[in-house]
Design a binder for this molecule. Structure first.
Ligand SMILES: Cc1ncc(COP(=O)(O)O)c(C=O)c1O
Length: 481
């Protein structure tokens, strides 16, 4: 049996660490260069629970296993985000220095809830939030925090909206009026989830139709608002999507802000994916008006090369971050209300204990500056445009819409009337990911199935897009005969 002292042994850690970094660096090189043939080796859950489970069981049957062997076997059964043919969900291939920051954070395990349990991490968090606030275009009163994912970030921002705008103090008195928010029908489902978690039910989410390019039809806001009020609902907020999840389309943030100002509503921007566009001078116009929001949520793990989860929630008026959760926790701090106090982070977040998430972002900024964010966002958006242009030149392919971010939805078409195109594209996708040469996802918009790519990787180039289109065409033709 391994003793506690042996398990903590710094020399063993040094040896294992070197070996693991060697193994990971080799694998990374294989992925980035595309020499690794497959992006993913897909297994169905039932097979995984037998074959992979059996393999893993052999590791747990005895102690003293080889760590490199263990990690290699997990690596081989994981999807490779650094591979140029990874074109799937919206998650960034992390920068190696940021992964090293995660390692340090995990070893230090500072709780971060209160200042003394994470001094370095807390100051780093402040730096990250303040620099993002500036980039968004907020003034000196802006403030916020980092939290665990866009879903939780949006919920936290909407709780602040409720506290700021609802007539009844729900935090103190419990539910009062029937509250509601307005959001585009293309918004991420976590906005719906947030409204339901807050107890607003079906009637609490007023969906605004999207127009041609899948952006919110802002002209519909006024009518929906009046109808909701007539039904006795108290509408407190509008959520702008920057951008939407399915097609990566941006709402007109300036127009939504003007509507919110005229009705004294909270304006929240769900920028989990696309608020990072503020870093690209070439594409910044897509988020014009973001500085007018009351709150913005942004995931560093979607476009900014940071390991998940790393989400910022930034408020134009920082006091809303501080007021959100008025709670007493005698073992952590004495008084419930101190708005100007920035250093006990658990006052602002759902989390009590929180990992040193700031280190992952701060390390990137310290090593490469904001310029690396600019490079990545600009490169990915340009790649998406290039991919869309290639699709446009092929008569047997169709685009859902011109991409506004790094998300591209397209499908294979054929004039043969007997072919169900939805079914065909779904089958093509299933065949592609079973082969593992490419990884892409699918979505359904207005009952039409699309192949959906997030160009997440700066190493994905023209030849990979061309190869993808050729593969889709070949597989589709094999299927239809
Ligand atoms: C627009 C948008 N908001 C929120 C989320 C949820 O973010 P997370 O997965 O970090 O919880 C997503 C995820 O894809 C998203 O695209």
């Amino acid at each position: 049996m391994t003793s506690i002292e042996e398990a903590y042994c710094p020399e063993a850690f040094r040896r294992q660490g070197h070996a693991i970094v060697e193994m990971l660096a080799d694998r990374l090189s294989q992925s980035i260069s595309g020499k690794q043939a497959q992006v993913v080796e897909l297994t169905d859950p039932a097979t995984a629970m037998s074959e992979i489970h059996d393999l893993f069981s052999r590791f747990t049957a005895s102690d003293g296993n080889d760590l490199t062997e263990l990690f290699s076997s997990i690596y081989s059964r994981s999807i490779r985000l650094h591979h140029p043919r990874y074109l799937g969900h919206q998650i960034s291939p992390p920068l190696p220095v940021s992964a090293l920051a995660s390692l340090m954070s995990d070893l230090l395990n500072n709780g971060m809830g209160v200042f003394e349990m994470g001094i370095g991490g807390t100051v780093a968090e402040r730096f990250v939030i303040k620099s993002l606030a500036k980039k968004i275009g907020f003034g000196e009163h802006a403030d916020g925090f980092l939290t665990s994912g866009g879903t939780l970030g949006n919920l936290t921002a909407l709780l602040a909206a409720r506290r700021a705008k609802a007539q009844n103090d729900v935090w103190k008195n419990g539910s009062g009026n029937r509250l509601a928010l307005m959001v585009s029908d293309q918004a991420h489902y976590c906005i719906d989830k947030a409204a339901r978690v807050m107890g607003w039910g079906d009637e609490g989410i007023l969906l605004i139709p999207s127009g041609n390019s899948f952006s919110m039809d802002v002209t519909a806001l006024e009518g929906k608002f009046a109808a909701a009020r007539a039904k006795g609902l108290e509408v407190i907020a509008v959520v702008g999507s920057a951008c939407s999840t399915a097609t990566g389309s941006f709402d007109d943030l300036g127009a939504i802000s003007a509507f919110c100002q005229s009705h004294d509503l909270w304006f929240h921007v769900d920028g989990a994916h696309g608020a990072a566009t503020v870093y690209s001078s070439e594409f910044r116009d897509r988020v014009e008006g973001i500085h007018l929001a009351d709150s913005v949520t942004m995931d560093f793990h979607k476009l900014l090369m940071t390991p998940a989860l790393a989400t910022a929630v930034v408020f134009r008026e920082g006091r809303f971050a501080a007021q959100n959760f008025a709670q007493k926790a005698d073992y952590l701090w004495k008084d419930a209300h101190q708005e100007d106090e920035w250093h006990d982070l658990a006052r602002r977040t759902f989390e009590c204990t929180k990992s040193m998430v700031s280190l992952k972002v701060f390390t990137i900024l310290a090593m490469y500056g904001e310029a690396i964010f600019e490079q990545n966002v600009t490169t990915l958006y340009r790649s998406a445009i290039l991919f869309a242009e290639l699709i446009d030149t092929q008569p047997d392919f169709e685009l859902a819409t011109t991409p506004q971010s790094n998300i591209v939805c397209f499908r294979y078409t054929t004039p043969r009337a007997e072919v169900d195109l939805n079914e065909l594209n779904r089958t093509v996708r299933a065949r592609l990911i079973a082969d593992g040469e490419f990884y892409l996802v699918q979505t359904v918009i207005n009952e039409t199935a699309w192949l959906r790519c997030t160009v997440a990787n700066p190493f994905t180039r023209r030849e990979h897009f061309t190869q993808l289109l050729e593969t889709v065409r070949r597989v589709a033709r094999e299927i239809v005969g």
